[in-house]
Design a protein. Structure first.
Length: 548
RNA sequence: UGGGGUGUCGUCUAAGGGUAGGACAGCGGACUCUGGAUCCGCCGGUCGUGGUUCGAAUCCACGCACCCCAGCCA
């Protein structure tokens, strides 16, 4: 079983390899360094790197950096870091901008062959003519004039945006992408990677096929919106193969797959930026976000992200996946590796009337169904905290927790029986209760057996914790519902609670992921948590069996 | 409008002329010192209309719906 789920692309790859079309599979993950990676990118990453791994090929990380105005070194580094965090090691880390000279030579070749021309038309006029399917008045300049103009463009003799180099294909082609697409534009702006060496920059449609061809990419995988661009991709390669140092064959081929879309969140760069810059979240790594850095900070493991991508498959159907599936995969990933501990997120104090002193119980880290061993000392004493939600004065039918006249089991400890409720201003302030003697590891000898089990901590021993409870970012499946995605933001996407956790965690490695029994999976926030002031993120809640 | 795509349970995804299957969600049950996990069961689908065929999700025709393109972004 490979990393990549079987799909139309693995079929193509297998066919091409079997027929000897390529000696070795070469793919690439080609992000533009103008933003941070999010979970949607994970599909492309898994596809490209996974394919290389599955079929003994190579996969490069290549920055598609042909637009100096939007790209930054900082983004490139963050992207590389995220790719590695997911567990992939690029064969090489490459930059499209390193090929600018070759691309320039390719452009000259096209000009010499009468397949490209310099156009002086202002942007709006070009767009208007293109819409009408009419040729530019500059379309039939001589090769000599085109050559001279293009060289002068490179030398910086013309201002930004004043001229472009266009492919001479067909001004009236039904596919608008083929109506003499722009190959080069003038931009007087420094480039984060190659500095100020260039004032002309190639367009995606010209650069991308050349990048792939130069690197020997065999399968150029991209998302559906580039489908129309494939015609230019092929045009560029067919017209330049065997020239400018490019091989005759084999040549790369482009295949498109559907983007990964998730419900209850946003994956568009524009909206993500709005959330960050508008202060709706604390930054690009705010655990409410679907960015890889945010998921990492939240506590999601890369294994879970990859498994999620595998489970959703790769197809050409534009599909939005329900976030429940993602959460389920995260739980599945954590369940076998997260030791169980007790913590209380919303504390309600309980004073025992028939217990004094303290004792240290040995509590197993793992439930029966997980074949792991290990226990930790768990202090028990007269004053405890239980979860406020685990007590009810007027319990509904089916209530299995603490209530007047209803016993509960304290996890790993005694059976508890309510004696008195101290209220203040209509709010329950304190519970007085007694322990049923002889119920440590045994059922009560008389009276009813407890119906349920609740978690607790010893008040005197517990460590205070700031709990950050994360929920879905948006209230609606589709954040755009109603027209303004900001209006659908979930005000409870982050709920902060002051609670307690059992003292054993102080002994654990800081990056331990726990299951707080009956609450969910948690770990210490890698940014804000300190030993003397614990901050714990809820990675994902447990599946809630109880429906009120 | 032209061009390019996509339509299978609520949501993803298989089935490539031969019993429409799986996962997630939902519902019900078993088990349980986590209302977790696990196990069992149920619910539920081929965009429409014709055609070809012994047999169609699959092939053909005509529709319909949705997405993408008409940046000197990628």
């Amino acid at each position: 079983m490979g990393l990549v789920p079987e799909c139309f692309i693995t079929e193509i790859v297998e066919r091409d390899l079997k027929e000897g079309r390529y000696a070795k599979l070469i793919t690439r993950f080609p992000p533009e360094p103008n933003g941070y990676l999010h979970i949607g990118h994970a599909r492309s990453i898994l596809l490209n790197f996974g394919l290389a791994q599955d079929y003994g090929g190579e996969c490069n990380l290549r920055f598609d950096d042909t637009n100096p105005e939007t790209e930054k070194e900082e983004y490139a580094r963050a992207i590389e870091e995220d790719v590695r965090w997911l567990g992939f090691r690029p064969t090489r880390v490459l930059y499209a901008s390193d090929y600018f000279e070759t691309m320039y030579q390719c452009a000259l070749t096209l000009i010499r062959e009468g397949k490209a021309y310099v156009d002086d038309l202002p942007e709006e006029e070009m767009s208007a003519l293109r819409a009408q399917g009419k040729p530019s008045p500059y379309r039939n300049r001589s090769v000599e004039e085109n050559l001279e103009l293009f060289e002068r463009m490179r030398r910086g003799e013309f201002p930004t945006g004043s001229r472009v180099l266009r492919a001479k294909i067909d001004p009236a082609h039904p596919n608008f992408k083929l109506r003499d697409p722009v190959l080069y534009r003038i931009v007087h702006a420094p480039h984060y990677h190659v500095g100020d060496r260039w004032v002309i920059y190639p367009m995606y449609d010209f650069a991308h096929p050349l990048e792939d061809f130069i690197e020997g990419v065999t399968h150029s995988l991209c998302t559906l919106e580039f489908e129309n661009n494939r015609a230019i991709y092929d045009w560029v390669i067919e017209n330049l193969k065997g020239k400018c140092g490019l091989p005759l064959s084999p040549r790369p081929h482009q295949y498109e797959f559907a983007r990964l879309d998730l419900s209850h969140t946003v994956l568009s760069k524009r909206k993500l930026i709005k959330l960050v810059e508008g202060g709706y979240v604390s930054g690009w790594d705010d655990p409410r976000l679907p960015t890889l850095r945010a998921l990492r900070r939240r506590g999601v493991r890369p294994e879970a992200i990859l498994e999620f991508v595998r489970k959703t498959g790769i197809s050409r159907n534009e599909a939005q996946i329900e976030i429940d599936l993602f959460e389920e995969v995260v739980r599945d990933d954590l369940n076998p590796i997260a030791p169980r501990v007790l913590g209380v997120v919303d504390p309600l104090k309980v004073v025992l009337t028939n217990y004094e002193g303290e004792e240290w119980l040995q509590a197993p880290y793992w439930p029966r169904d997980i074949p792991k061993e290990g226990t930790r000392p768990l202090p028990f004493s007269q004053e405890l905290y239980i979860e406020r939600a685990d007590f009810s004065l007027n319990p509904p039918k089916g209530w299995k927790r603490l209530a007047p006249g209803q016993r509960v089991r304290l996890r790993h400890a005694y059976v508890l029986e309510l004696e008195d409720v101290v209220e203040e201003g209509g709010e329950v302030k304190l519970l007085k209760a007694r322990i049923v003697p002889g119920t440590l590891g045994a059922n009560p000898e008389e009276g009813p057996k407890p119906k349920g089990v609740i978690h607790w901590v010893s008040a005197r021993h517990a460590l205070p914790v700031e709990f950050r409870l994360y929920n879905r970012l948006f209230l609606t499946k589709d954040p755009e519902e109603g027209g303004d995605f900001l209006k659908n933001l979930n005000p409870e996407a982050l709920v902060v609670k002051r609670g307690f956790i059992e003292p054993s965690v102080a002994q654990d490695p800081k990056d331990t992921r726990y299951q707080l029994e009956r609450l969910g999976y948690f770990w210490q926030d890698p940014v804000d948590s300190r030993p003397e002031a614990l901050v714990m993120n809820r990675i994902v809640p447990l599946k809630e069996g109880y429906k009120a």
